[in-house]
Design a protein. Structure first.
Length: 152
């Protein structure tokens, strides 16, 4: 069984970069507005807080955009911007699609449900498209590899 990568395609990465850029510009705008209009001794704490939040949001989006999972015969190798992790197939209890509702819309993602430990989001599977064929394809590939690995 050859190894397979799960991640965003180039067009999806580009689409998410646009969203990240718009969000970053909005946060920088808030920071500039606060620094120019707020007067008082605590002003720089607010500007610094919004700046730190902006950095965290930007790193989170980069992590989400470029994160990938390598499906091997032994398990899933998570490769993200900030971490590396291996989850053996024997530790996987299920692969499920989760829905999140936020102010920006409804989002779906795939998660690895582990026998022990918290569920892990699979990088490269976040989407806001209803009935996304690409997400369904990724889920089918992961489940197929899992069943083959555990002898199912």
């Amino acid at each position: 069984m050859p190894e397979a990568w799960i991640g965003f395609k180039a067009r999806d990465r580009q689409r998410y970069w646009w969203r990240t850029g718009i969000l970053t510009l909005a946060l920088v705008g808030v920071m500039l507005t606060m620094s120019l209009t707020t007067h008082g001794p605590g002003k720089w704490w607010w500007v610094g807080g919004v700046g730190a939040f902006s950095v965290v949001v930007l790193l989170s989006m980069i992590n989400s955009i470029y994160g990938q999972v390598l499906l091997t015969t032994t398990g899933l190798e998570f490769r993200t911007f900030v971490s590396r992790r291996v989850v053996p197939w024997s530790e996987v209890a299920g692969i499920e699609e989760r829905q999140r509702v936020s102010r920006s819309g409804t989002w779906w993602e795939l998660r690895v449900i582990r026998a022990h430990g918290r569920p892990l989001m699979i990088p490269g599977t976040l989407t806001n498209r209803l009935m996304d064929a690409e997400l369904e394809r990724k889920q089918a590939v992961i489940q197929e590899r899992w069943y083959l690995a555990i002898g199912g």
